[in-house]
Design a protein around this ligand. Structure first.
Ligand SMILES: C[S@@+](CC[C@H](N)C(=O)[O-])C[C@H]1O[C@@H](n2cnc3c(N)ncnc32)[C@H](O)[C@@H]1O
Length: 213
């Protein structure tokens, strides 16, 4: 892992350790909408193996297992405190495995997931190719990869990106679709679709769906 990523990962960890106890309470609408949009393109039968990169307080896991008890989900996060909240929320679901660490450093079985999610964290990766290449190795053939994140495709997105650059040392960049697709393809994904949605007046989100080939 490069020096820049190590520095950013440290800042991300400190930020979310501080924010953790507020996270679910400050942004419930944002969390519901972004997680709902991530799940929607995956047609689940209920017995898949799923990977949640940067699972935070475990909301994706909670929503999915309340509907499908037989899903196997690995959620991982770099923040001990976010993960601790996820652990408490998901105590009664032994099929959900929570791991602490930087995604780029965590050991997981290759070719073992049917789908992977990166929800609201692409902007913390200075080298998105490293994220995409690792996700590609972990997914089974034809496994889906859903990315939800901020972007600079809109005027609000550009403004927010500028503000975050000044205000938040853990923030790297809100990417645009034109930056992401070539890197996904280089990592071995087939790009399927991108669309955009709003959350309140501040956030213009992009959703990128791709498939491991
Ligand atoms: C905005 S929160 C989103 C949490 C969750 N995905 C959700 O939608 O509620 C971003 C999360 O990504 C995690 N994160 C960022 N970079 C990470 C990395 N390199 N490895 C693991 N987790 C990371 C942060 O600790 C944080 O919990």
């Amino acid at each position: 892992m490069g020096e820049v990523q190590t520095k950013i990962s440290g800042a991300v960890r400190r930020k979310y350790n501080v924010l953790s106890f507020l996270y679910d309470h400050i942004w419930p609408g944002y969390i519901k909408k972004t997680i709902g949009s991530a799940i929607e393109p995956i047609r689940l039968t209920g017995s898949e193996s799923l990977l949640d990169i940067g699972c935070g307080t475990g909301e994706l896991e909670r929503i999915l297992v309340s509907k499908y008890q037989n899903l196997h989900i690995v959620g991982l996060d770099i923040s001990d405190d976010m993960l601790e909240l996820a652990r408490k929320k998901l105590l009664q679901y032994p099929k959900i495995i929570l791991k602490r660490g930087d995604f780029l450093n965590i050991d997981l079985a290759e070719n073992s997931f049917d789908a992977a999610f990166s929800i609201s964290n692409l902007h913390y990766f200075p080298n998105p190719s490293a994220l995409f290449e690792k996700t590609h190795r972990l997914l089974k053939k034809n496994g889906k990869f859903v990315i939800i994140d901020w972007n600079r495709n809109s005027f609000q997105g550009k403004l927010y990106n500028g503000y975050m650059n000044l205000a938040d040392p853990s923030f790297v960049k809100a990417y645009i679709i034109e930056e992401v697709v070539p890197l996904l393809e280089k990592a071995g994904f087939q790009f399927e679709k991108v669309d955009y949605f709003k959350v309140g007046i501040r956030w213009r989100m992009m959703r990128i769906v791709s498939k491991k080939i």
